[in-house]
Design a protein around this ligand. Sequence first.
Ligand SMILES: Nc1nc2c(c(=O)[nH]1)N[C@@H](CN(C=O)c1ccc(C(=O)N[C@@H](CCC(=O)O)C(=O)O)cc1)CN2
Ligand SMILES: NCC(=O)N[C@@H]1O[C@H](COP(=O)([O-])[O-])[C@@H](O)[C@H]1O
Length: 188
Amino acid sequence: MSLGLLKCVSCFIYYRVWYAKNNGIPVILFPKAKDEPKGLSPSDLVDTLRKFEVDFVLLAGYLKLIPVELIRAYERSIFNIHPSLLPAFGGKGYYGIKVHKAVIASGARFSGPTIHFVDEHYDTGRILAQRVVPVLANDTAEVLAARVLNEEHQLYVEVVEALCEDRVIWREDGVPLIQSRENPNEFH
Ligand SMILES: Nc1nc2c(c(=O)[nH]1)N[C@@H](CN(C=O)c1ccc(C(=O)N[C@@H](CCC(=O)O)C(=O)O)cc1)CN2
Ligand SMILES: NCC(=O)N[C@@H]1O[C@H](COP(=O)([O-])[O-])[C@@H](O)[C@H]1O
């Protein structure tokens, strides 16, 4: 089983690239843009992922739209983690601290991370897993973000374990479920 991680290009990217290269993890830059001549085109990215025998693509803080070429090549195999309970507070413009500011401004009493399959649009793919955290009356966006992020880090591990153990199944109405490791007759 091989996983590919797409990470947003941020000020921390250099540490992440350094860490990967110093731990035998291949690093490729995507997308191809005028200011990133070393980047890959969508079709080159697909070819490269195939070359590295990547089975699943995990997005984490990736802030660009994944092109349809990759969606088609990795059907039901690209995942994203979003820091709200989708379908609420998702879509274009909803990323990072903006999500938590919107949650607090709405008066919502609960929030939490969602892991979903990636389709052609932002945050509209099938929901696979969620966790719920309280939104407290005196929460700032930063405090809520930290509470949600703590759950994100645990939830993604659970989902990757389920993927590696072939415990993701599709209900007949098209809803994906995770089969319990302890009791195969239970799903969530
Ligand atoms: N095809 C898909 N691509 C991506 C998805 C997806 O579901 N389908 N998820 C996003 C991640 N995401 C929320 O989880 C998200 C990221 C970014 C945006 C957004 O509005 N981006 C801005 C540009 C921001 C920037 O470049 O600084 C924009 O498009 O105007 C919304 C949601 C990853 N890709
Ligand atoms: N809509 C996408 C989005 O908002 N993703 C969010 O960006 C953060 C990345 O944190 P990090 O850069 O510290 O890993 C995470 O909270 C993730 O849910």
